[in-house]
Design a binder for this molecule. Structure first.
Ligand SMILES: NC(=O)c1ccc[n+]([C@@H]2O[C@H](COP(=O)([O-])OP(=O)(O)OC[C@H]3O[C@@H](n4cnc5c(N)ncnc54)[C@H](OP(=O)(O)O)[C@@H]3O)[C@@H](O)[C@H]2O)c1
Length: 398
């Protein structure tokens, strides 16, 4: 049997943590919506986004999270607990955590309530054998661990959507931002042609993704040189990352490997598919990265040598429409452009725009100079991976 539901705006349909009732004589509800009560919680309003879309529940995809207890892993759990396409069935972490119920060992540090229905899931060791009922895993593993582990999962036939940096620059592994280079998913076929059943798809480093998303509307102009100075949040370093005594009342003008990642990943993402390969973009990127005492949200000042009048660029940002649509985690606006406000974007005020998936751009002025800001553990990590997985699903790679 095929059960078809239409999802509507949060305020119209979703009450608290469950679909309590969808009433057929409600004027907001259209004909083919079933009445549903019970266990299925949809407390995450990001899956309505003010639009509606349909989902066939008989085809939910079983997914798991590797590194589920960490900073990014918890964001995955938050985003997947009520996902309309993905059924979060398995959670993995280190040997220290394996065998225990997730609710007992996780130190939940997000501002949203802990999704209680996940509490009883027993954490399993990080191995394909322990996760055999899963079609797709999201990886929030430290890079040194991810290298071998992600290959093992892909070799075992699973799709891996990874946040880790380990495989991002490998020629056959797509490094994707759906609004910027969805066509790079073609590299999945190259991986499969090499005899592997599964595949790995990566998303960029948390500051790179904010910059490339902000640059997406400007790709049609000629430029050769991008300079960027970042002001990056402390959550980017994970829970154990930066000691309070180091960051309080301070700015640290060094983040290991961050500048290199921004300078290289950008060229791959903004490169073009030529046959079975990505030809890197030919402009230069020069980055200076800094850790600042902000909890979430990476800000950056960007200079780009476009010779067009600034008014033309403003119009381009105003009119920008991303090349993809219909993905549940995709925000209403991929870019929010501040034109009138002189002092925006700001992390505290703007990081949760589009449920943390919108990149905010402002202060566009002669130079050409502007400021971009995005949530580093949502748009910059877990949300980026989930959006990639949705695109992979839509393009029928699973
Ligand atoms: N934080 C960000 O903003 C951000 C943004 C983009 C990308 N990333 C990348 O995402 C990844 C995760 O970062 P994070 O900040 O979430 O790190 P984190 O808070 O330190 O979490 C690490 C996770 O990995 C697990 N783990 C550690 N060693 C393991 C092992 N040997 N085998 C299996 N699991 C192991 C931990 O489990 P236990 O709890 O059991 O130890 C924990 O769940 C990193 O590659 C990072 O570079 C982070």
């Amino acid at each position: 049997m095929c059960l078809k539901i239409e999802f509507y705006h949060y305020n119209q349909v979703f009450a608290g943590s469950a679909i309590e009732a969808i009433c057929p004589d409600d004027k907001n509800v259209k004909n083919n919506v079933f009445i549903i009560t019970g266990e299925m919680g949809f407390h995450n309003p990001s899956y309505s986004n003010g639009k509606h879309y349909t989902q066939d529940l008989t085809h939910m995809i079983n997914v798991g999270v590797l590194g589920a207890t960490g900073a990014v892993g918890q964001r995955f759990v938050e985003l997947l607990a009520d996902h309309p396409w993905f059924n979060l069935s398995t959670l993995a972490a280190s040997e220290r955590s394996a065998g225990k119920p997730y609710g007992k060992i996780v130190n939940w540090r997000l501002e949203t309530p802990f999704p209680e229905k996940i509490a009883k899931i027993k954490v399993v060791p990080t191995s394909p054998k322990a996760m055999k009922d899963v079609d797709l895993v999201f990886s929030a593993l430290p890079a040194d661990i991810a290298t071998g582990v992600e290959n093992t999962f892909a070799d075992a036939g699973m799709a891996v959507c990874s946040n880790a940096s380990s495989h991002r620059m490998e020629p056959t592994i797509p490094l994707v931002v759906p609004e910027v280079n969805p066509e790079h998913l073609g590299l999945i076929d190259v991986q499969r042609d090499s005899g592997r059943d599964g595949f790995i798809v990566t998303n960029p480093n948390c500051s790179t993704i904010v910059m490339v998303t902000a640059l997406a509307p400007l790709r049609k102009f000629k430029f050769t040189d991008i300079r960027v100075a970042t002001m990056q949040a402390i959550s980017g370093a994970g829970f154990a990352g930066v000691a309070a005594m180091s960051i309080y009342d301070n700015v640290i003008p060094y983040i290991g490997q961050e500048e290199e990642k921004m300078e290289t990943e950008t060229l791959k993402i903004m490169g073009t598919m030529k046959g079975n390969k990505v030809a890197n973009a030919s402009f230069k990127v020069s980055a200076s990265c800094h850790r600042v005492p902000v909890i979430d949200g990476h800000s950056m000042a960007i200079w780009i040598d476009i010779k067009e009048p600034v008014e033309k660029l403003k119009k381009t940002f105003r009119e920008y429409k991303p090349p993809i649509k219909g993905l549940p985690t995709q925000p209403e606006e991929s870019i929010h452009f501040f034109e009138g406000e002189k002092d925006r974007p700001q992390p505290r005020l703007d990081r949760m725009r589009g449920n943390g998936m919108t990149v905010s751009v402002g202060r566009l002025r002669e130079g050409i100079r502007f400021v971009a800001m995005g949530h580093n553990t949502i748009r910059g990590a877990a949300g980026a991976s989930v959006l990639n997985a949705e695109l992979i699903t839509k393009k029928k790679y699973l």
